[in-house]
Design a protein around this ligand. Structure first.
Ligand SMILES: NC(=O)c1ccc[n+]([C@@H]2O[C@H](COP(=O)([O-])OP(=O)(O)OC[C@H]3O[C@@H](n4cnc5c(N)ncnc54)[C@H](O)[C@@H]3O)[C@@H](O)[C@H]2O)c1
Length: 338
C-alpha cells in the first residue's frame, strides 16, 4: 500500500526557504509542501502560488495549526531560529532548522531540550555533510583509510563580486552563518573529537571601509581538538572565480581532499588556453545535497525519530566554536571552547 506523504510547512519564504520549499514541492516524492508562513506582506502567498500550495500565512502559530501538518522547515533569519524551533516542537511538529540553530549556547540547549521533551526529530541544515564528495570523505575516514586525523582543513569562499550592504549584515555573520558550516564539517570529519581551543583572526579585506563598524569579510581560525589533531578553517566573502568550498583531512594513513570549484569535468580548450566554468551559487553547487538532507528529514518524520544528518547537539557544538571565535577576535588571543 502506498505510504501517506509527509506534510511539511515552510516557515520563512526568503532566498533559501523558497529553494527548500521548491525542493519539497518538486523534488521529493514522499513529502508534500502544504503550507507556507512569512510575516513579510505577500512573501508566503507569492511562493505558495508559484509552488501550487493552498495555504499561506503571515503568522507562524497559524501555520502550526494547519490541519494534518507533520513537520516544519525553518528558514527565517538566524535570530528567530530558536524561538521558532521551540514553538514548533511544543506544537508536536518535527523540525528541520537552517543553520545556525541558535546564537547562544543557552538557546541551543533550549532548542535541543524542547525537541527532546516533545519527542520530535530535530535536524539542522549543515548540507555539506550531504554532498557526495564530503560523504565519501567521511566514509573513507570511517573505513580507517586516513588513519588518525592530524591536520584538517575546511574553507568557504563565497562568490564575488560582493554586492551586499555591510550595514545590513549582522555583526559576526562570518562566524555565526558562514564558518559555522566549516566548524560542523571539521567536527564531523573528526568523529568523536571535541574542540578544545580556538584562535581566530578576522578582517575586512573586501570592504575595508566597513571595518570600523565591526564588519568582517575574511577570517582564519585554528582549532585544537582533544585527540591532538589541529584544524584550520577560513572564509572570504568575495572569490571572484566562483563559489569555492573545500575540505581536507590528513592523517597517519593518508589524505583525502573534497570539493571542486569547477562545475563539471567539461574543459574548454581554445585560443586562450584551457579553462573550466565554476560554481556561482550554493543552490546550484549543492542541489543534490540540499535535496538529500530534506529526503532524509522526511524519513525521520515518517519514522518519528532522527534518522541522519546534523542533530541539535551537533549544531550546539559548531556554535560553541563560533562563539569562541568571536571571543578570540575580541581578545586577540586563543580561547577555550565551551
Ligand atoms: N545551508 C545553507 O547553505 C544556507 C544558505 C542560505 C541561507 N541559509 C540560512 O537560512 C536562513 C535564512 O537565510 P535567507 O538567505 O533565506 O534569508 P532571507 O532574508 O532571504 O529570508 C528570510 C525570510 O524569513 C522571513 N521571516 C522573518 N522573520 C520571520 C518569522 N519570525 N517567521 C517566519 N518568517 C520570518 C523574512 O520575511 C524572509 O522572507 C539564515 O539563517 C541563513 O544562514 C543557509
Amino acid at each position: 500500500m502506498p505510504k501517506k506523504p509527509v506534510n511539511i510547512g515552510l516557515i520563512g519564504a526568503g532566498r533559501i526557504g523558497s529553494f527548500h520549499g521548491e525542493t519539497v514541492a518538486r523534488r521529493l516524492v514522499d513529502a508534500e509542501l502544504v503550507a507556507i508562513a512569512d510575516p513579510a506582506p505577500g512573501a508566503a502567498a507569492n511562493l505558495a502560488a508559484k509552488l501550487d500550495v493552498d495555504a499561506s500565512y503571515t503568522d507562524v502559530a497559524e501555520l502550526l495549526a494547519h490541519p494534518g501538518l507533520d513537520a516544519v522547515i525553518i528558514a527565517t533569519p538566524a535570530r528567530f531560529h530558536t524561538n521558532v524551533v521551540v514553538q514548533a516542537a511544543e506544537a508536536g511538529k518535527a523540525v528541520f532548522c537552517e543553520k545556525p540553530m541558535a546564537l547562544t549556547l543557552a538557546d541551543a540547549e533550549r532548542a535541543v531540550a524542547a525537541a527532546k521533551s516533545a519527542g520530535v526529530p530535530l535536524q539542522v541544515g549543515f548540507n555539506r555533510r550531504w554532498d557526495q564528495a564530503f560523504a565519501e570523505g567521511r566514509a573513507a575516514i570511517d573505513a580507517g583509510k586516513v588513519g588518525t586525523p592530524q591536520l584538517i582543513r575546511s574553507l568557504t569562499r563565497d562568490p564575488g563580486p560582493f554586492g551586499a550592504d555591510p550595514d545590513r549584515i549582522p555583526l559576526w555573520t562570518i562566524f555565526y552563518e558562514t564558518l559555522i558550516h566549516d566548524f560542523d564539517t571539521l567536527l564531523w570529519l573528526n568523529p568523536g573529537a571535541k574542540a578544545t581551543e580556538v584562535y581566530a583572526v578576522g578582517d575586512a579585506l573586501v570592504r575595508p571601509d566597513a571595518k570600523d563598524k565591526g564588519f568582517l569579510d575574511t577570517a582564519v581560525v585554528t582549532i585544537r581538538f582533544d585527540n591532538g589533531s589541529v584544524a584550520v578553517a577560513e572564509a572570504n566573502f568575495c572569490a571572484m572565480y566562483g563559489y569555492d568550498i573545500r575540505g581536507e583531512v590528513f592523517g597517519s594513513g593518508g589524505m583525502i581532499t573534497m570539493g571542486d570549484v569547477r562545475r563539471s569535468s567539461m574543459t574548454m580548450f581554445d585560443k586562450d588556453g584551457v579553462s573550466n566554468d565554476t560554481w556561482r551559487r550554493d543552490t546550484d553547487h549543492f542541489i543534490h545535497g540540499y535535496t538529500a538532507q530534506l529526503a532524509s528529514f522526511a524519513k525521520s518524520v515518517r519514522e518519528g525519530k532522527h534518522f541522519a544528518g546534523a542533530t541539535g547537539h551537533d549544531a550546539r557544538q559548531a556554535l560553541a566554536i563560533a562563539l569562541a571565535c568571536i571571543e578570540s577576535v575580541q581578545k586577540k588571543a586563543p580561547v577555550p571552547v565551551k
